[in-house]
Design a protein around this ligand. Sequence first.
Ligand SMILES: Nc1ncnc2c1ncn2[C@@H]1O[C@H](COP(=O)(O)OP(=O)(O)OP(=O)(O)O)[C@@H](O)[C@H]1O
Ligand SMILES: N[C@@H](CCO)C(=O)O
Length: 291
Amino acid sequence: MKVSAPATIANFGPGFDVFGLCLEKPMDVIEVKLADEVEVKVEGYEVPEDPSRNVASVSALSLLGEVGVESGFKMKIKKGIRPTSGLGSSGASALGGALAIAKLLGVEDKETILRAALEGEKVASGTPHGDNVVPALFGGFVVLNSLFPLNVVKIDVKLKLVVVLPEVKVSTKKARELLPKYVPLRDAVKNLALASSLVLALEEGDIEEAGRLLDDYLAIPYRKPLIAWFDKVRRAALENGAYGLSISGSGPAVFALGDNLKEIGKAVVEAFEEEGIKAEYFISGVGGGAE
Ligand SMILES: Nc1ncnc2c1ncn2[C@@H]1O[C@H](COP(=O)(O)OP(=O)(O)OP(=O)(O)O)[C@@H](O)[C@H]1O
Ligand SMILES: N[C@@H](CCO)C(=O)O
């Protein structure tokens, strides 16, 4: 059984741990067949082949446990999403591992699949946040009201965006450890206003307005020690016509909405290079979710 699991942009501006957008590319491709032993083979970006440390095999094992099936499997992962990129690399693999076994066993219940996938996410980022695995499963733009019971609002938004991936690493685990336990009420209110307006703008297909709402007071300010270049690259994007730019997940990848996405991508790459950081950009539409 073969499953392709797409990259995702979690948080998407003000929607910390709640918003997620599925990308068309890049993706992980996970192939499994039932076997006596558990074996993981990886091609592409390097991730552990130890079944207890690879998020895809962890979630696959968790799915087997969820449905009470005693079996091993041979798993091949074509790792197309760079780990610690901020593009939901672990989330894609975690979902892909659970979904591949679920398809093999004829399990269709999304909550079962997501519960297993979150076991994989936990290995990578320490906490089971759903805003990569859920958009990777559903596709489109999702608002994750609750995981269990699963309550997701999906918007089939049509847009293209530019993603810029710098050659630096940001561990989600470390980025989450920087977060405060509490935030000032005024910041929570600002995010509430931004987030609700952003959903409305996306629902209406007003991408320019959506871009203007890409701000955040709950996570990005506290993560600046890991992304000291953020304000500079954001300024470069805005000065070159972007409607807005924000961090993808916990970073380091950033994304921007705008008309002239190529020029914006080039300007952001240049801004990174002025900071001594190599970067590359790509343009993607919205993906339809794992297949
Ligand atoms: N199949 C896998 N895919 C990706 N990362 C994996 C996988 N298996 C284990 N890992 C480990 O998980 C960590 C990556 O987790 P992290 O969440 O930081 O990256 P990410 O998922 O790309 O980022 P983000 O969650 O911000 O999008 C790395 O240490 C990596 O070795
Ligand atoms: N919402 C998560 C996304 C990680 O990809 C975080 O910001 O920690």
